[in-house]
Write a protein that binds this ligand. Structure first.
Ligand SMILES: NC(=O)c1ccc[n+]([C@@H]2O[C@H](COP(=O)([O-])OP(=O)(O)OC[C@H]3O[C@@H](n4cnc5c(N)ncnc54)[C@H](O)[C@@H]3O)[C@@H](O)[C@H]2O)c1
Ligand SMILES: [Zn+2]
Ligand SMILES: [Zn+2]
Length: 271
């Protein structure tokens, strides 16, 4: 079928919205009509080349939509089901999935190739006939896509798809960075550097994990204001500006946990 997608043909060039040819789903795959897609900063890293993926690629890895076709062998999804995509596939059967580490699913090893896991070919083709790769095996910057069933999570039909799509990357990554990676504990002093999609959710995770102080550090004033609504207790415009007040408010012990979500870092040390 014909559909539309936003394609990155070259690094540092704008996304090109073009008609594409989309094949039917093969073994273990489904076709999904997207209702909503988020724009995560990782998609921007594709454009700048900070995140090197195979090109040409259809961007987008935060999506939710409705299943329109089901490929052979898919037993648990049917036409009309609502799904949110996971930006890392989870097969449920490999050693990592079966021991509760779905984020390390074996299928994730081929994610950067941007091809279908079933046979390492493309279902998406540009108007000039060239095969298109998919960001995180999804390509949500499109009206329709074909993905592996391992990338789908079935959700209730009354969950608004425009909100559900954010669960595909921003919410789980941000929440997980505070709750699981940093293991925020009740009473912790937490600093979140960068309050975009990931940082806002890191703040919510830190709050629900019981942090005593949550410092939201971002140069953009509206982000700092929003951070207070998400559960931050203090704000600062930069790490330099945050050092002294965090010291004063923590009796000199500083932050127990620091979650860095500001994008590309330079690795400089503060004096
Ligand atoms: N590893 C993963 O699984 C994963 C998943 C999602 C996103 N990411 C990465 O996380 C990063 C953040 O993504 P996002 O979608 O939240 O981006 P975003 O653009 O929504 O937010 C970044 C925020 O950082 C702020 N910022 C920029 N420079 C800063 C500085 N020097 N100090 C403090 N704040 C600063 C910006 O004002 C912005 O609010 C990106 O690098 C993205 O690729 C990683
Ligand atoms: Zn992302
Ligand atoms: Zn797996």
């Amino acid at each position: 079928m014909q559909t539309k997608a936003a394609i990155l043909w070259e690094v540092n060039k704008p996304w090109a919205v073009e008609d594409i040819e989309l094949d039917d789903p093969k073994e273990g795959e489904v076709m999904v009509k997207l209702a909503a897609s988020g724009l995560c900063h990782s998609d921007e890293h594709l454009v700048t080349g900070d995140l090197p993926f195979e090109l040409p690629i259809i961007g987008g890895h935060e999506g939710a939509g409705v299943v329109t076709k089901v490929g052979p062998g898919v037993s648990w999804l049917e036409e009309g089901d609502h799904v949110v995509f996971g930006f890392i596939p989870s097969c449920g059967r490999c050693p990592s999935c079966s021991t509760g580490h779905q984020n390390l699913c074996d299928l994730g090893a081929i994610m950067a190739a941007g091809l279908q896991a079933s046979d390492m070919t493309s279902r998406h083709h540009a108007a000039n006939g060239e095969d298109l790769k998919l960001m995180c095996m999804l390509g949500t910057f499109a009206h329709d896509t074909v993905v592996n069933e391992a990338s789908c999570i079935k959700i209730e039909k009354d969950v608004p798809l425009s909100r559900a799509c954010l669960l595909g990357c921003g919410v789980v990554t941000g929440w997980g960075s505070s709750v699981y990676a940093a293991e925020v504990q009740p009473g912790d002093v937490v600093a979140v550097v960068g309050v975009g999609g990931i940082g806002a959710n890191a703040i919510q995770g830190a709050k629900l994990a019981g942090a005593k102080q949550i410092w939201a550090i971002d140069p953009v004033e509206s982000k700092r204001e929003k951070a207070m609504e998400f559960g931050a207790t203090h704000t600062a415009a930069s790490m330099e500006e945050a050092v002294e007040p965090i010291g004063a408010a923590s009796w000199g012990t500083m932050a127990n946990k620091v979650v860095m979500t500001m994008g590309v870092g330079s690795g400089e040390l503060l004096a």
